[in-house]
Write a protein that binds this ligand. Sequence first.
Ligand code: ATP
Ligand code: MG
Length: 331
Amino acid sequence: MKKRILTGDRPTGRMHLGHFVGSLQNRVNLQDEYDQFVMIADVQALTDNFDNPEKVRNNVRELVLDYLSVGIDPNKTTIFIQSLIPEIAELTVFYLNLVTLDRVLRNPTVKEEIKQKGFEKSLPAGFAMYPVSQAADITFLNANLVPVGEDQLPMIEQTREIVRKFNSLYGEVFVEPEALIGDIKRLPGIDGNSKMGKSLGNAIYLSDTENDLKKKVMSMYTDPKRIHPTDPGEVIGNPVFVYHDAFNSDKNEVNDLKERYKKGTVGDVEVKEKLFTALNNFLMPIRERREDLSKDTERLDQILIEGTKKTKLLAEETMKKVRKVMKIDYF
Ligand code: ATP
Ligand code: MG
């Protein structure tokens, strides 16, 4: 039997370059070898967008389009919607007994997000608990592998703790999942923030037009200490070069630009123009496929309906086991 992958995305916006290097690339590469499930995490998206359900709803199909346009094949990968699997919510309730409030709030990613979203003074309980719900997402199909970006490592660690606690209390039902981090652990934003994020307004989207791409690349944050093109610049950690490394297939060009940047013999404009060309070459076929796929909305719905139906049956099986070992399988 093939090992299982589960991963997912919040329908809070279209997918960006960070998703590609952090997770999508691995999903495309592994979908033959693994039994892969991809979850559209609408319940999780609502924990910090509960006042904007339209946004969450509208982005569900956008995610499907992004998946298919990068090469996720619905015949190999099952795509489903989180809210249509209420078993996940049921499992979350049981998992909440197995973690302390302190432990949940110690999660460094959650801490950072609380700050970023201005939740310090009034923290929605649902948001604070989302890593527990995520543990239920990851485990209800007994996934072995979870391809994610680095920001998700604390979630996987917490999931493993919950699994160990559950299994030791009630019996071996769940497997401890492993994280699989992408080639680039965390792609920085165009504003120099250490993470490109949908909710951070610093992303280059897979579906950005050529014009938008150009504007974004030319406005990118580079080495703040470098004022003139003749100043020697810093290459390491400089987002422009991080992107060149990730997306420019002409390695000679990248090395040449780096050498000249360090010596102060190339301007930011040339580095950015070459980056634009490389990114545009990378995004063009994705953009074109997306445009074609978007014409057949019925097919997109059908993919979600079938994926969700298949997932629901597996979820019911898991919950039967859970209720049995927890001694709540009354009749
Ligand atoms: P939001 O801002 O709404 O949280 P997001 O951009 O963080 O959106 P998610 O849907 O939360 O996107 O994340 C989906 C997956 O993509 C996760 O596995 C996450 O680790 C990965 N990911 C997101 N941003 C990056 C990034 N900048 N670099 C690498 N991986 C990323
Ligand atoms: Mg996120």
